[in-house]
Ligand binder design. Structure first.
Ligand SMILES: [Zn+2]
Length: 422
């Protein structure tokens, strides 16, 4: 029995984009998929039923944070992460590596793993490939990630020269290869949890090729592109993603970790990426910044003081169109017949520090990303990318740059291709 199946349902003839369906023990999801981030077992401010109402079919939770608090033993004893957080659908957990390397101060890295100081109680915490895998086995997510060496982006301010950075990147891909093998060996629930490998290599395309060969050699159910969007610009992100996605097996889901803005997502979909996660919708939502197809708006701005319109006209989220959710609110929200909540009202909530403000804008933003993903899937089926660019001005540039040149049509590489396509 396999923990996961992945079926490709439609392909774009003008790019490497594809529509797929990923089936896990806790249900299936359509791809390309956007995963809202539930760092500590909660997508901040959103009840599970609201997460589902945004159209999200899978959520991500962070192993690093759940390991520190409340601990994987407790979550396991209470029936696993699905039951603990009240989300019955698919869950993906990261390995904790990214946070252990980037967030923890005083971390100490060696060949066996990383030691860092807990931000919760100051104690020393150890993460190795074996421990990261065991913690994820106990949390019980449907998709778990290999523990990788994720170096930060080059820091010229910090005195790091090119040679030093290149050596660090090379060490990272070699460690990532050795650690991925150890994760496979430590994985105790392969029939219930799909373990994804991670490709590293920074912005060095030769190292990306080496890392892809190493990790794909393990024949895993899915692969991720890691170490992207760690400080480099959008052009560098696209260059690395286009190159690396083409190195991954055609018949396995491809996951771009921690990305990103709408244009980054569309650019990666064109390169054949299937899965995304990002904190942007909820983080920006908490700060009163709303996504719209024409660009982000800051709802604290005084120009919205008496604006009676919704956050975004045409949006079907709870804030913009309560009538679309009338089943949940008999009589309409506020007894006003289900009219939109105004920008003026939401601005007021933020100015008055009411908790409903962050909730409503997070809800809108997550739904916004899910509407974009739905439209991307439709666009792949119809291969009408200029239509997508018209409906979503924020992605128009990347579509114009990439469609028509044919640069995104790649032939699957022979060694990794199992589908006979191309
Ligand atoms: Zn909305």
């Amino acid at each position: 029995m396999e923990a996961m199946t992945f079926d490709i349902l439609a392909r774009s003839a003008r790019s490497s984009a594809r529509v797929g369906r990923l089936t896990t023990p806790h249900g299936s999801l359509g791809t390309p998929a956007f995963m809202p981030v539930g760092t500590r077992g909660s997508v901040k401010g959103l009840l599970p039923s609201l997460i589902a109402a945004t159209g999200s079919q899978i959520v991500l939770a962070n192993t690093y944070h759940l390991l520190l608090r409340p601990g994987s033993d407790l979550v396991s004893a209470l029936g696993g992460l699905h039951r603990f957080m009240g989300w019955p659908g698919p869950i993906l957990t990261d390995s904790g590596g990214y946070q252990a390397f980037s967030m923890a101060d005083a971390n100490q890295i060696d060949e066996d793993g990383v030691t860092f100081r807990s931000e919760v109680d100051g104690s020393n915490v150890r993460l190795t490939p074996e421990i990261a895998t065991q913690v994820q086995n106990r949390l019980g997510a449907d998709i778990i990630m290999a523990f990788d060496d994720c170096p930060p982006a080059r820091d010229p301010e910090g005195g790091q020269d090119d040679g030093e950075y290149a050596r660090r990147l090379r060490l990272a891909i070699e460690r990532t290869r050795r650690w991925a093998r150890r994760c496979v060996d430590a994985h105790e629930r392969p029939a219930e949890q799909a373990l994804f490998g991670i490709v590293q290599g920074g912005t060095d395309l030769v190292l990306r090729e080496q890392s892809a060969r190493d990790v794909c050699g393990l024949d895993l159910p899915g692969y991720a592109i890691g170490g992207v969007a760690v400080g480099e610009g959008p052009e560098q992100i696209q260059r690395v993603v286009v190159h690396t996605a083409a190195l991954l097996p055609e018949d396995r889901p491809r996951y771009l970790m921690g990305v990103g803005y709408e244009a980054d997502i569309v650019g990666a979909v064109l390169a054949g990426v299937d899965m995304f996660d990002c904190v942007l919708p909820t983080r920006n939502g908490r700060n009163a910044t709303a996504f719209t197809a024409a660009g982000q708006i800051r709802l604290r701005n005084s120009r919205f003081r008496d604006d009676a319109g919704p956050i975004e006209a045409g949006c079907d989220c709870h804030a913009c169109d309560p009538a679309a959710h009338a089943w949940a609110t008999p009589g309409g929200v506020g007894g006003l017949g289900g009219g939109a909540l105004s920008r003026a009202y939401i601005r007021h909530l933020f100015m008055a520090r009411e908790m409903l403000g962050p909730i409503l804008v997070s809800l809108h933003n997550v739904r916004y990303f899910q509407r974009l993903m739905l439209d991307i899937a439709r666009t792949i089926r119809e291969d009408d990318w200029l239509g997508l660019a018209r409906r979503w001005p924020v992605v128009a540039d990347v579509v114009r740059r990439r469609i028509g040149s044919g640069s995104d049509r790649h032939q699957p590489t022979g060694a990794s291709d199992r589908s006979g396509q191309g």
